[in-house]
Design a protein around this ligand. Structure first.
Ligand code: PLP
Length: 328
């Protein structure tokens, strides 16, 4: 379309709805249900899953989010995700929408309304609409949004063959922003795009001191040559709920291929000499990284500890003590 052919129509509400529906036809999405405190309820038509443009989360990135999984009709590890959500809210100076219990209840009931039994729940808190200023508008009402969708999916070869990653050229976030799950993912987005443009699967941040950070929306961990499961300290990386849970569950592998579990600074050179490198996160769970910056990790094949940790995670998601029944 040339610039001169753009028609600026004055739209009425029906036109807007029709155009929003047309947008979803051109680019279909599989979102099952959306709760919005601003709409005052749940919608299932993706055309209606909208926010006012002046919401501070939209035009200044002043919002936070988190994601939990739905497995066999149950929500996995929601309390850990809510703990992190509240921490992110506090550090972002965001007012909560109601209490933790009320937000948890909305999350569970929106999941029930979606009917989805396997997928993901992503929820956001924003400082609300009311101006285009840098600080939130006076009297802005916090916005709370919950999206129920199929979740992110990754190629099967990530698990069977392993991933290939590169050290990103983008700088790592400073600690405050790294540990806060805010809607400011520019470094993460650019890192993943850069890796894809290079024909690779993802990137890895390294900090100024030469210690390993994390990947785009996942943590990384290592198994040393003598079998220690090693994870970076949670200072320059998001405290991943998957990582924290696995560091605990992995104790059951000590003596069965794992000789210890450590959370410490990991110099890049030590990391490159690891036997296994792992990608950890709610969506990916546990996937082996077999190549980093063109060089193999270990023997360049998925290793046994990645598989053992994936099994532990899947077992915990199926039948552990961190599941909430959804009242469909
Ligand atoms: C930057 C970043 N690091 C790590 C993770 C992994 O966290 P989790 O295991 O809670 O999914 C995520 C995903 O939320 C992330 O966005």
């Amino acid at each position: 379309m040339t610039v001169s052919s753009v028609q600026l129509q004055l739209l009425n509400a029906n036109d807007v709805l029709a155009n929003l529906r047309a947008l979803r036809t051109r680019q279909p999405v599989k979102f099952s249900a959306f709760y919005s405190s601003q709409l005052g309820g749940v919608v299932t038509d993706p055309a209606l899953m909208v926010l006012p443009f002046d919401d501070h989360m939209v035009h200044r990135g002043h919002g936070i989010f988190d994601t939990a999984g739905i497995v066999n009709g149950r929500i996995y590890d929601l309390e850990a995700h809510l703990d992190r959500f509240l921490g992110s809210a506090e550090r972002s100076k965001l007012k909560l929408f109601g209490s933790r219990e009320q937000m948890r209840d909305i999350i569970i009931r929106t999941t029930a309304a979606s009917g989805l039994r396997d997928g993901a729940i992503r929820y956001w808190l924003s400082s609300g609409p009311g101006s285009l200023e840098l600080s939130p508008a006076a009297g802005a009402e916090p916005g709370f949004f919950v999206m129920i969708f199929g979740g992110l999916s990754y190629p099967a070869r990530w698990y069977t063959e392993g991933l290939r990653v590169m050290t990103t050229t983008y700088p790592i976030k400073p600690p405050l922003y790294a540990i806060t799950k805010a809607t400011n993912y520019l470094p993460n987005v650019l890192m993943q795009m850069e890796a894809k443009e290079a024909g690779l699967d993802n990137g890895v941040f390294i900090d100024e001191a030469g210690f390993v950070g994390e990947s785009s929306n996942m943590n990384v961990a290592f198994v040393t040559q003598d079998g220690v499961l090693r994870h970076p300290r949670f200072e320059r990386v998001l405290p991943g709920c998957t990582s924290l849970r696995l560091l605990d569950l992995a104790r059951s592998l000590v003596g069965r291929g794992v000789s210890g579990v450590e959370v410490c600074d990991i110099p890049v050179a030590d990391a490159r000499a690891a036997r296994e490198m792992l990608l950890l996160g709610s969506s990916v769970k546990v996937a082996p990284i077999v190549e980093w910056d063109g060089k193999p990790i270990g023997d360049g094949k998925p290793g046994p500890i990645a598989k053992a940790l994936l099994d532990l995670m899947e077992e915990d998601m199926r039948s552990g003590d961190r599941l909430i029944e959804v009242p469909y």
